[in-house]
Design a protein around this ligand. Structure first.
Ligand SMILES: [Zn+2]
Ligand SMILES: [Zn+2]
Length: 413
C-alpha cells in the first residue's frame, strides 16, 4: 500500500530514513541515513555513530530510498486529462501520479483550439495558487501542442496542428507559468518561438517534427536543446528524404546523437521502444542528457477502454489496452503507466546501473528545467521529496512537499 506523507507547514521535527539503500545520482549507499526537517533534506550519507534523540527514526531496511520522480511530459491520469481545463481535473491527474512517486510534474498540453489551451494554462495556474497540500509540486506547464507538423502529428488531431504566431503564443505565456516549450523546427515562425521561450528560461524542445539536420542546427542556435520522445513522431533520414528529396540529409536523430548540447527523453513503458533502443539511447546520450518520461494519457489507473486524448470536445479517441494507448488506426497513442513503471521496466530489460535509471527520472529532468538547485536528488539543502521503494522498486511511501512547495519555491535562493 503506497503511503502519501506530506510535510506539514512549520513542522520542525527531524525525521530520518535509516538503514535503506539510498540512490544518489552516481552511486548507491548501503545502510544509509537520509534526514530532513521542515521539508528540507539536512543530511544524506552513512548512518552516523550517534543519532540525536530528537530525530524520529523510520526504518527503511530492505528498501531503496530514492528521490521523487520528475515527469516533464505527461498528459493526465485517473480519468482526467490536463486539457480538460478544470482545476479538479488537474488535481485528479496530479494526485494519480503522486501515488506512483511523481513528486514534481509538468502538465503537458496537446493540440487544441486557442481557447482550450488558454483554459488549460489558467487551470494549472489556479491549481498552483490553491497550494493544495495533497498535490505533487507543479513547476509549470509543458506547452507541447499545437505547434506540430501535421505529417508527424501522431495521435494528436492533425487539423489542430499549426505554425507558431507571436500574437497567439504570447497569450499562452501571459496566462501562466510555461517552463517547457515544444515546436517543430521546420514550421514558419519556429525561430521566433524558440528565441521567445529560451529568453523566458524554458527548456525549449522540438517534437512531432520532420525536421532536417539543417533546420535542427538553426533551431539549436535559437535556443532549442531537447527533442521529445526519441524515435516517436520525429524525423529519420528516410522521412526527411521523402519531404526534401536527395541528397539524403541528416535528421533529428543524427542531430541529437551528434551533439552533447542536445538532450532527449524516452517513453520506457515497454511498448513504445524495445530494450536495445532504451539501452542504446542511454549509451549514446548518457544519464545526464536522457530523461525518462511517462507521456501518460488519462487512462492511467483506469480500466481498459476508449478514452478521449486531450480536451473532451476536441479529442481524438484512443483505446487503452490496459498496457498502452492505441490510436484508431492502431498506432501507438501515449502510455497508460507512470514513471515508477518506467523505472522498473528500465531496471528489468537493460543493463543500466540503477542510479543512472533513477537519475534519468529525477536529477536530469530537474537540471534541464532549471530546478536542480532544490529538487531532483538526495542532497542536503534540497526539498525532501523522498520515496521508499521495495526491492522490486514498487513505491511504498512518498514524502513530498505538496501544494506547499509552490510558496516555498518563490522564496528559494
Ligand atoms: Zn507526442
Ligand atoms: Zn505526449
Amino acid at each position: 500500500m503506497k503511503k502519501l506523507i506530506p510535510h506539514q507547514v512549520g513542522d520542525t521535527q527531524r525525521y530520518a530514513l535509516v538503514s535503506g539503500t539510498a540512490i544518489l545520482p552516481d552511486r548507491l549507499i548501503q545502510d544509509s541515513y537520509v534526514e530532513w526537517s521542515g521539508g528540507m533534506l539536512t543530511r544524506v550519507g552513512a548512518i552516523p555513530k550517534r543519532i540525536a534523540k530528537n530525530v524520529q527514526v523510520i526504518d527503511a531496511s530492505g528498501c531503496y530510498v530514492s528521490p521523487g520522480w520528475i515527469d516533464i511530459h505527461v498528459h493526465g491520469g485517473g480519468g482526467a486529462d490536463f486539457m480538460d481545463g478544470q482545476v479538479q481535473a488537474i488535481q485528479t491527474a496530479c494526485k494519480t501520479h503522486l501515488r506512483h512517486g511523481t513528486t514534481t510534474i509538468f502538465p503537458t498540453t496537446t493540440t487544441g483550439s486557442h481557447e482550450s489551451i488558454i483554459r488549460m494554462i489558467d487551470a494549472v495556474d489556479a491549481t498552483i495558487r490553491s497550494a493544495d497540500p495533497g498535490l505533487p509540486t507543479i513547476e509549470g506547464v509543458h506547452l507541447y501542442g499545437p505547434y506540430f507538423t501535421p505529417e508527424k502529428s501522431g495521435c494528436h488531431r492533425k487539423e489542430a496542428c499549426r505554425a507558431p504566431v507571436r500574437s497567439e503564443f504570447e497569450q499562452y505565456f501571459k496566462s501562466g507559468p510555461i517552463r517547457i516549450a515544444t515546436c517543430a523546427a521546420e514550421l514558419v515562425g519556429s525561430a521566433d518561438f524558440y528565441r521567445y521561450a529560451h529568453k523566458r528560461g524554458c527548456l525549449v524542445t522540438c517534437g512531432h517534427s520532420n525536421a532536417s539536420w539543417t533546420e535542427m542546427d538553426k533551431a539549436h542556435r535559437c535556443g532549442m536543446s531537447h527533442v521529445d520522445h526519441f524515435w516517436c513522431a520525429m524525423s529519420s533520414v528516410a522521412s526527411v528524404r521523402s519531404r526534401l528529396g536527395t541528397p539524403m540529409q541528416g535528421s533529428m536523430l543524427e542531430f541529437v546523437l551528434a551533439h552533447n548540447t542536445m538532450s532527449t527523453e524516452v517513453i520506457a513503458d515497454g511498448y513504445h521502444l524495445s530494450p536495445e533502443l532504451l539501452q542504446f539511447a542511454w549509451q549514446m546520450k548518457k544519464a545526464s542528457t536522457l530523461c525518462l518520461v511517462s507521456d501518460t494519457s488519462r487512462a492511467l489507473d483506469m480500466p481498459p477502454g476508449k478514452y478521449a486524448f486531450g480536451h473532451p470536445e476536441e479529442n481524438v479517441w484512443i483505446e487503452s489496452t490496459g498496457k498502452v494507448g492505441l490510436s484508431p488506426a492502431g498506432g501507438l497513442a501515449s502510455s497508460v503507466v507512470a514513471l515508477d513503471h518506467c523505472v522498473r521496466h528500465m531496471a528489468k530489460v537493460t543493463r543500466i546501473p540503477l542510479f543512472d535509471i533513477v537519475r534519468m527520472a529525477s536529477l536530469t529532468p530537474a537540471q534541464l528545467t532549471g530546478i536542480a538547485k532544490y529538487r531532483g536528488s538526495l542532497e542536503a539543502g534540497k526539498r525532501a521529496d523522498v520515496l521508499v521503494l521495495d526491492r522490486k522498486l514498487q513505491v511504498q511511501k512518498v514524502f513530498y512537499n505538496g501544494g506547499l512547495a509552490g510558496d516555498l519555491v518563490g522564496s528559494n535562493p
